[in-house]
Design a protein around this ligand. Structure first.
Ligand code: S6P
Ligand code: ZN
Length: 196
């Protein structure tokens, strides 16, 4: 088989089952609560869950990544489970791209959620995620998906292979906003841990 990106290739995205397979597709990562703990708001609650012996799977990323050189694109689906840590909905860690001048496209396949974005000037944007929504993440905007529904939130991300993931700033300060359940409904609120 030719190396990824040397020659054209194709894989299958089953749009009914929201599964991707074939060719160079593989599991790229699996994130359980113990890996997410530095990114969640209620770390005491997260520690309690972990102490009880549970380390729930929050999300998995499955797709293909072509060599990390300029001009190449990669594509992966994220399967983000429904659930909460305290009042905060399950979410991805969120990241800036290491290479600042890179953008990304998210295509939502299933479930309900928000894509929370924030740039280095501190501007925040939230786009709704639902099957069929296509969201553009411009260069310089950190992005985090949040599952506000009762089913899996599944989306396809297409991104430059050399974009890289920078989790440092988010790990340290989080986003300006958090999404929590209040009175039975999702609510976008100021993050009390945020420091300018
Ligand atoms: C990659 C793209 C997604 C995320 C995935 C997991 O640029 O944005 O594939 O990697 O949704 O999120 P995170 O923040 O843990 O990488
Ligand atoms: Zn990204």
């Amino acid at each position: 088989m030719a190396k990824e990106s040397e020659k054209p290739f194709s894989v299958t995205l089953d749009l009914d089952k929201c599964e991707i397979f074939g060719g160079f597709v593989k599991k790229l990562s699996a994130t359980t609560l113990s890996k997410l703990i530095d990114f969640v708001y209620d770390r005491d609650r997260a520690k309690e869950i972990l102490k009880s012996g549970e380390d729930p799977l929050i999300y998995e990323v499955i797709g293909f990544e072509t060599p990390k050189v300029e001009g190449n694109l990669s594509a992966a689906i994220t399967i983000l489970n429904p659930g909460k840590i305290g009042h905060e909905y399950y979410m991805t860690k969120g990241h800036f791209h290491e290479k600042e001048n890179t953008s990304e496209i998210y295509i939502c396949l299933s479930g309900r959620g928000f894509l929370l974005m924030q740039n280095k000037k501190g501007e925040v944007d939230v786009q709704e995620m639902a099957r069929g929504r296509v969201i553009y993440v411009p260069p310089g905007w950190a992005h985090r998906a949040i599952n506000i529904g009762s089913t899996k939130l599944i989306f396809l991300a297409i991104y430059p292979s050399d974009a890289g993931h920078d989790y440092g700033a988010i790990k340290e300060r989080g986003f300006k906003k958090i999404v929590i359940e209040r009175d039975g409904k999702p609510s976008i609120e100021d993050n009390p841990r945020w420091r300018d």
